[in-house]
Design a protein around this ligand. Structure first.
Ligand SMILES: CC(C)(COP(=O)(O)OP(=O)(O)OC[C@H]1O[C@@H](n2cnc3c(N)ncnc32)[C@H](O)[C@@H]1OP(=O)(O)O)[C@@H](O)C(=O)NCCC(=O)NCCS
Length: 176
């Protein structure tokens, strides 16, 4: 069986799957951020429904490794870190623990960026040491080092990585 990593665009019938994966993701991140679980034992993720009601600006994908569910990626058109509404933003990104350190996140991120050409923003908290190491390495590899990294006074404690995808850079004859 092929172990190839691919992104599957999430249709509304994948909402329960994503809702469950988001619980695991938020629980992981609760080691870093102060997130309270609800009285029903769930963290919840209210914005999930917007990924189908606002399809022009929100994109949800299930990450599959072969046929198996390996994680998810949520992306938005427009980033909280920039003013350009055309910028693409990695809103949430998660690989299940059983699939980590096998290149799944790297392959999924490459597929995400290849599939949606443009200028991308990746926001990552300095407190998320694994996430920061991951994004720095994967963005560096994807762009051959042609990316920007900055901090924003409005987002203390966060690093902002930005770059233009290979396809978009080739079209405009430029780069990040
Ligand atoms: C961060 C995350 C997506 C990485 O997924 P992954 O599939 O394990 O990543 P990959 O195997 O593709 O890693 C690619 C490279 O990133 C770096 N990297 C990945 N995880 C790392 C870690 N825990 N510590 C240090 N570097 C890491 C390494 O350079 C790695 O290459 P290597 O394994 O050959 O050394 C995953 O750990 C995760 O879902 N974490 C919880 C949610 C999260 O933090 N998401 C990001 C929010 S900003």
């Amino acid at each position: 069986m092929s172990e190839a990593v691919h992104l599957q665009r999430a249709t509304p019938d994948a909402a329960p799957l994503l809702r469950n994966l988001l619980e695991l993701y938020v629980h992981d991140l609760s080691a870093i951020f102060p997130v309270e679980i609800g009285p029903d034992g769930r963290f919840g993720y209210e914005r999930l429904a917007l990924y189908w009601s606002e399809p022009a600006t929100r994109h949800a994908f299930v990450i599959r490794r072969g046929e198996r569910v390996a994680g998810f990626a949520l992306a938005t058109r427009g980033s909280p870190a920039t003013d350009d509404p055309a910028d693409l933003d990695v809103a949430e990104f998660f690989v299940l623990r059983a699939h980590r350190r096998a290149g799944v996140g790297r392959d999924a991120a490459f597929a995400l960026w290849d599939g949606m050409p443009g200028r991308w923003i990746v926001r990552v908290s300095e407190a998320n040491r694994a996430g920061l190491a991951f994004w720095r390495e994967v963005v560096r590899a994807y762009t051959s080092g042609r990316f920007g990294e900055s901090a924003r006074p409005a987002l203390p404690g966060w690093r902002i990585l930005s770059f233009t995808t290979r396809a978009a850079a080739a079209r405009s004859g430029g780069d990040a």
